[in-house]
Design a protein around this ligand. Sequence first.
Ligand code: ATP
Length: 510
Amino acid sequence: MANQEEDLKSIVAHAKEYGFVFQSSEIYDGLSAVYDYGPLGCELKNNIKAYWWKSMVQMNENIVGLDSAIFMHPTTWKASGHTDAFNDPLIDNKDSKKRYRADVLIEEWVQKIEAKIDKEVNKAATRFGDSFNEAEFRSTNQRVLDNQQKIDEANNRFKTAMEAEDLAEVRQLIIDLDIADPVSGSRNWTEVRQFNLMFSTEMGSTAEGTSTIYLRPETAQGIFVNFLNVQKTSRMKIPFGIAQIGKAFRNEIIARQFIFRMREFEQMEMQFFVRPGDEMKWYEHWKEYRMKWHLALGIDSNKYKFHDHVKMAHYANAAADIEFNYPFGFKELEGIHSRTDFDLKKHQEFSGKKMQYFDPEINESYIPYVVETSIGLDRMFLAILADSLQNEQLEDGSSRVVMKIPYFLAPYKVAVMPLTKKDGLPEKAREIIDGLKGDFNCQYDEKDSIGKRYRRQDAIGTPFGITVDHQTLEDNTVTIRNRDTMQQERIAIEALYETINKACSLRNVL
Ligand code: ATP
């Protein structure tokens, strides 16, 4: 496709046209950074959730699930630090009147310099061919070293400034790096200010008094406050994990890039409780496990990379992102954080209730350390959409739009299509659907030519198209067409379940 912006535009248009994602409240011109999932969107979303839940909860004996409420006692957010510190540094450009996150401007500057380094490395790789030693080149080439030094200096200055809450220094850094507004090119910046991302609302009627409560900005705190409830009722021993899928809300400063950055979104989080001192071992374990979960989808592994954090959140002692190469570049898809005992310790302090675990193996009580994996369901959805949507040139010179979604995630697994609307073919097709729909999501389609129907199914990623024709009535065979190869095969109706199940089962990737 032509360029990145076009790529994203065509994804948004496709998602709308086929009922994956709609802008929220569209008839009122939409609500910024809020989206609704249509019939196909919620099927895909449910399948992603099922994959995560199966792999994280049901495949691990020592991980159990939770579904905690969105509303929590306001002190939760005092304790977790969100009331005071869940801020993003924002900066406005005086000429364009556009608002930016200061940290994102700096991160994008770093990415530009990194791209320069990569270009240098690629040039050398082509020049030296097989004898090229990349590690040696990176550690000796002067231009690479100079650029790397610039990156390190900028990162360090930013980290120090944020830790010291020195926002004037953050602004100065933006000026010193000569960062211009990406839209207008202007360097006319305002001061940097902190902006709290939590939404608040009132609970209770005025007669009985009201209190300000927040819409949770992460699902994790519901897990922390229930840590002992779950541990005791499920008879869990450390190390163990609690997993949860649910909505979270953030009043994001800049909301662009479709469902990548939303104000209402869904997280799939797992908090893993470990013995103090063991956290780094588990942090490495979960980094590897989560990357494997992504790669099992069969998406090109070059589209994923780890990014280790420079600026750590207020609760973490180690943090990495799994980044995905979206149409707008590599961006965070998932975070793996070593959260220490920060949250449980704070809840113990603010609630006055003990948040300790008695470890029978070492005969000691302690507040466990926590390693978290946290992935945005909507960002995962966008990654799947971006990777699978293709405009494919065919051998006969024509082209087709096809969504090559991993089979087990596809909204429909099968479309059953009678060749004509008469002679008992529709009835036979429905009979086949009745036999399959208990196991697979099926669609019945009798409108338009078979060719058009195949294209429609390609466009929504249905792995198999089954055509019922006159021969079917005679010998109970059908043709089954594969979405990716477009090959057709005649098989017995009896063999359908096995063929489809073999290709579409979640078991294939676990
Ligand atoms: P970013 O730096 O992109 O704002 P973050 O580091 O604040 O993200 P975390 O607090 O680590 O994000 O949240 C965990 C995960 O939740 C992220 O990896 C992302 O997939 C998802 N997520 C966070 N904010 C949003 C959002 N506004 N819209 C959609 N998904 C989000």
